[in-house]
Ligand binder design. Structure first.
Ligand code: GLC
Length: 455
């Protein structure tokens, strides 16, 4: 009897120990939230994919897609001369769109570095432009008050010691050939190179707010945390920049502190994403069109409403949006990106109160028809985004007793709250509902927002 109790207790202890997610460091949950507070508040950032692939202008994976060798790719290096690059203008555009931070590719999978690295000649300073483009970016964006993020590709299709794997431009069709192809390649040397470059990026440019590492694909002929030595890399990152935020692509998802936020890419999440059974900090990264790098002949551009819905929906599920621009090889934003940014900025100018500092609404507030809710816990205000502008009488189910005042956000004009009876009541409408009396004509705002001051 005693024995079985002992065994039972022991099993429980083992189960609890195993159920605890593993940790690499000792930061508490509260400390983590504090470290991430600016990011959780700001909600909206700009991703920038820029590199040699802007010249072929047909996807940042062109080297892989067309199986190009280093020699075949060399012409883009030789001709890289973005003479119109003016990061001050980029920063101004990001800021005017309502974005609060920016993440630029310091090196993408092609291996080309926009920064002046001691460890390679495959960098902007050796091309006709001859400048450290990252330094200029950092100075310009910081001057506009935007937070600074570096994207750094774990993958490198140029480095001689990066072993050829299933995603590599020179991946063989017959898997038996990997060993032969990788003779003489030493991932240890590549890991060293990567560490050195991460150290450069995190020491030479002042305070860096985000490091966006990309990406892992563990499994046969893939690469994961052991290939990158992710644990030690992350340790180095946190040593060099204790306040930095790191994405979740190091393949350390099993560790509670092996990442700061998760990164659903190019799709809308259906609910607040969970990792290891817990709601996670998250940021969706999205393109205006089908490619991250500048793609001249790609025309599937999202319209303003789609882009705004993406932003609003992300906030309504507790997340951020990182929206991508792929500048041209002259160093300019594409005119289509410019007009999309401008249109978003126009909306943000009047409605950003429903985005910054906001999150998912408490469950007690039902989502009214054709709308999306966000909520600011500090000000206790609820925002109803009218995705399809409704008819005059707009029903708020079970909101009675919860609302002090209602107004449009864009012009602070009052919206009358009424209580409806008898034949004025819709099917299913109850005495606990409130009715908002909206103007028949939709205000001249892409997505009008109602601000409710709650009791
Ligand atoms: C993918 C792609 C890459 C892009 C990234 C952005 O991982 O490989 O081209 O930079 O997504 O999230």
């Amino acid at each position: 009897m005693k024995k079985s109790i002992l065994f039972f207790t022991f099993s429980i202890c083992v189960a609890v120990a195993f159920a605890q997610p593993k940790k690499l460091g000792n930061e508490t949950e509260a400390q983590k939230q504090e470290r991430m507070a600016w990011w959780t508040n700001d909600r909206f950032g700009m991703f920038i994919h820029w590199g040699l692939y802007a010249l072929p202008a047909r996807h940042e994976w062109v080297k892989r897609n067309e199986k190009l060798t280093n020699e075949q790719y060399q012409k883009y290096f030789d001709n890289f001369n973005p003479d119109l690059y003016d990061p001050k203008e980029w920063a101004r555009k990001a800021k005017e769109a309502g974005m609060k931070y920016a993440v630029l590719t310091t090196k993408h999978h092609e291996g080309f570095c926009l920064f002046d690295s001691k460890y390679t000649d495959y960098k902007a300073t050796q091309t006709p432009i001859g400048r450290d483009l990252i330094k200029e970016f950092v100075d310009a964006f910081r001057a506009e008050g935007l937070k600074i993020g570096f994207y750094y590709s774990l993958i490198d299709w140029h480095h001689p010691h990066f072993t050829i794997d299933s995603r590599h431009p020179q991946a063989p069709s017959d898997p038996k050939q990997y060993a032969e192809l990788n003779k003489g390649r030493d991932m240890g040397k590549y890991r060293e190179y990567m560490r050195n470059q991460v150290r450069e990026l995190l020491t030479n440019y002042g305070k860096i707010d985000i490091l966006w590492l990309d990406f892992s694909y563990p499994g046969e002929n893939g690469k994961g945390n052991e290939d990158w030595d992710s644990k030690n890399l992350l340790k180095l990152i946190r040593e060099l920049q204790p306040g930095i935020l790191v994405d979740d692509r190091l393949d350390l998802k099993d560790y509670e502190d092996g990442w700061d936020f998760t990164t659903p890419e190019q799709y809308k999440v259906s609910k607040w994403p969970e990792v290891n059974g817990k709601k996670a900090a998250w940021e969706t990264c999205q393109t205006f069109s089908g490619s991250w790098g500048y793609y001249r002949d790609e025309f599937t551009w999202k319209d303003t409403k789609q882009l705004l819905v993406l932003l609003i929906e992300s906030v309504s599920k507790g997340g951020n949006l990182l929206l991508n621009v792929g500048p041209t090889a002259r160093g300019l934003f594409d005119e289509r990106a410019n007009s999309a940014l401008q249109a978003m900025g126009e909306w943000m100018k009047y409605n950003d109160r429903s985005i910054y500092g906001c999150t998912q609404a408490p469950e007690e507030y039902e989502v009214p028809e054709q709308s999306i809710l966000t909520y600011n816990p500090k000000t206790n205000r609820l925002y109803i985004h009218l995705i399809d502008y409704p008819l005059q009488n707009f029903n708020l189910p079970n909101y009675k007793g919860k609302v002090k005042y209602a107004q449009f956000l864009h012009d602070a004009s009052e919206i009358k709250i009424t209580q409806r009876y008898g034949h004025g009541m819709k099917e299913g409408e109850s005495a606990n509902n409130l009715n908002l009396s909206l103007p028949v004509r939709k205000p001249n705002v892409e997505i009008p927002v109602i601000e409710l001051v709650l009791e």
